[in-house]
Write a protein that binds this ligand. Structure first.
Ligand SMILES: Nc1ncnc2c1ncn2[C@@H]1O[C@H](COP(=O)(O)OP(=O)(O)OP(=O)(O)O)[C@@H](O)[C@H]1O
Length: 265
């Protein structure tokens, strides 16, 4: 395994870029009424510790299927995904998933939702930790509210706090901000980047939004469909914070737009 050093913009220190995740020759075939359907074919990539990787692709190209394999919800038909050299065969606390849809427990308060998965702490420690994460996502005044009493953006903040408090090795995010309005979406992207700067998680973030990928990623994997495969990899060499209206940002967007438009090889 190769080990390199890289500087992640926005991070204060150099991080060791040892791959935490290695995906090799991964394929996924579903049985359907019309016969086998190859959704992913020969997918290969690595993710470095602390890296922010976006997977960008059109609807139906297999992004969620890929994330489900990494989460351990689906098994590959061929090839494998290794988490620190161990094949992923089931879900585990080292990987947390944030979905697009709301998955909060409606009968629990914001604080209770955040604290839900925390184990092995005294009541006092758990309360302090919960309050800390509540504060990190800017929801301190809303700790005792129920999910139905807060906005969609606030629910997303709770969803983020709920997984961050578990300190996962890898954060898997499946179009988490897809249902939000443009302004709230940008606010959530900024919040996620600021939390990533503090915690240095490894993040795999699925999106079909070009701007979102350029705003967030260290590196973008562009997928094509039928079958789903990685068509292109682009490293985003823009300093953070990234200014969306400036030419270099727009240049990346144009390149990605062209990549997505290209016909299937
Ligand atoms: N369990 C399953 N059985 C059969 N087909 C499936 C199954 N899960 C997904 N598929 C098919 O695999 C293809 C890829 O689906 P997937 O949800 O992974 O794509 P996606 O890129 O995430 O799409 P979107 O951006 O619209 O969410 C689709 O045609 C879908 O119908």
């Amino acid at each position: 395994m190769t080990t390199q050093l890289k500087l992640i913009p926005g991070h204060k220190k150099e991080l060791q870029a040892t791959p935490v995740l290695q995906v090799s020759k991964l394929s996924k075939v579903f049985k359907t009424g019309d016969g086998p359907m190859t959704v992913l074919q020969d997918v290969n990539f690595q993710v470095a510790e602390g890296e922010f990787l976006c997977v960008l692709g059109p609807s139906g190209c297999g992004k969620t299927t890929l994330l489900n394999v990494l989460a351990g919800f689906e098994k590959p038909s061929a090839g494998n995904a290794l988490l620190e050299e161990t094949p992923i065969t089931e879900s585990g606390p080292d990987r947390c998933v944030v979905f697009q849809e709301d998955t909060l427990f409606p009968w629990l308060t914001v604080k209770e939702n955040i604290a839900f998965g925390v184990k092995g702490l005294s009541k006092k420690e758990k309360r302090e930790k919960t309050n800390h994460f509540l504060d990190l996502v800017g929801l301190t005044p809303f700790g005792d509210y129920l999910p139905r009493e807060i906005s969609g953006g606030m629910k997303k903040r709770v969803s983020l706090a709920r997984v961050l408090i578990l300190q996962p090795r890898i954060l898997l995010m499946d179009e988490p901000f897809g249902a939000l309005d443009a302004q709230t979406r940008e606010e959530m992207q900024d919040l996620l980047l600021s939390l990533w700067n503090q915690f240095h998680h490894t993040i795999i973030f699925i999106t079909h939004d070009i701007d979102e990928a350029v705003a967030l990623a260290d590196r973008i994997l562009v997928m094509q469909k039928d079958p789903g495969m990685i068509a292109k990899e682009i490293r985003v060499r823009l300093p953070r914070p990234r200014e969306r209206t400036e030419a270099p940002f727009q240049d990346y967007c144009k390149t990605l737009y062209q990549s997505l438009k290209k016909p299937q090889p």
